[in-house]
Ligand binder design. Sequence first.
Ligand code: SAM
Length: 314
Amino acid sequence: MPETSTVPALYEATRRSLQAEPKELPAVWLYDERGSLLYEEITQLPDYYLPRRETEILRARAGEIAERTQARTLVELGSGDARRTRFLLDALTTAGTLDRFAPVDVSEEILRESSWAIAADYPALSVEPIAGDFGRDLDSLPAEGPRLVAFLGSTIGNLYPAQRADLLARLSAELGRDDALLLGLDLVKDPARLERAYDDRTGVTQAFVRNALTAVDRELDAMFEQRRFVYDPRWDAEQEWMDIALRALTAHTVSVARLDLELAFEAGERLRMEISAKFRRERFEPELRSAGLRVEEWWTDRAGDFALVLALPE
Ligand SMILES: C[S@@+](CC[C@H](N)C(=O)[O-])C[C@H]1O[C@@H](n2cnc3c(N)ncnc32)[C@H](O)[C@@H]1O
């Protein structure tokens, strides 16, 4: 589970969000070792188009990104298996500028494995993994610039707008004149396609989401019973995000011993597990501007499903 120094903060955040309205679990519970493996399976699903669209753009643009940023340090937030990061690593090593790769992830196991694999495949690079929460642990990023900070996979969509604004403002304050930010963003599209992307026929996505309850049962001595909940992903047209929840079938109480909580669920009550916001350029560009960042490039795939945005400090 998450790195030790982040644990008390995570427990506190979990207590607050379980007592909020609607009830919620912090999304980091999704990414224990099993969750990270299930997420890798999700990325192979035909209906989960995101990684393929991002790959299409990275394949076309990585050379240009390397040329423009001349990055000596590549930082990646929420790096996971860092599979698509390799397009950037290849282009930056070909350009001859890159010395260092610093992946940041809350899931220690996947961070360790991906760091080993990248160190083996790119022997000239210094690989400096940071186990931590990108919402809290940005102080320990390597300082040697020019730096490129990548945040791929539309993981930024898992943050609420206020958290997103806060993260963008802190990144903007951290970036120097030679640094750049690269963001992968899933775009607003037909809700039926979005709902299929988060509710595949094989049930892998559901297993991924339910696994967070198993993680909480294990780590927090909780007594969530899977059979009392149904998987309930919905498109929220007003907020323009996928609202991914487990819905209680009947009224019941769940104890969470390590947090000293007794949680009463009503029949039909939802426990939100994650949001996945979808983006539009006309709404996101002003968000970047408010954070002190400007869009240098906004590339999309041919189908217009996904965007890769290169942003620079103003
Ligand atoms: C949607 S996956 C994306 C993984 C990879 N970047 C990709 O595009 O396939 C999100 C990743 O972010 C990590 N993560 C989620 N919340 C995090 C947080 N608050 N701090 C650091 N890492 C986090 C997860 O462990 C996971 O590896």
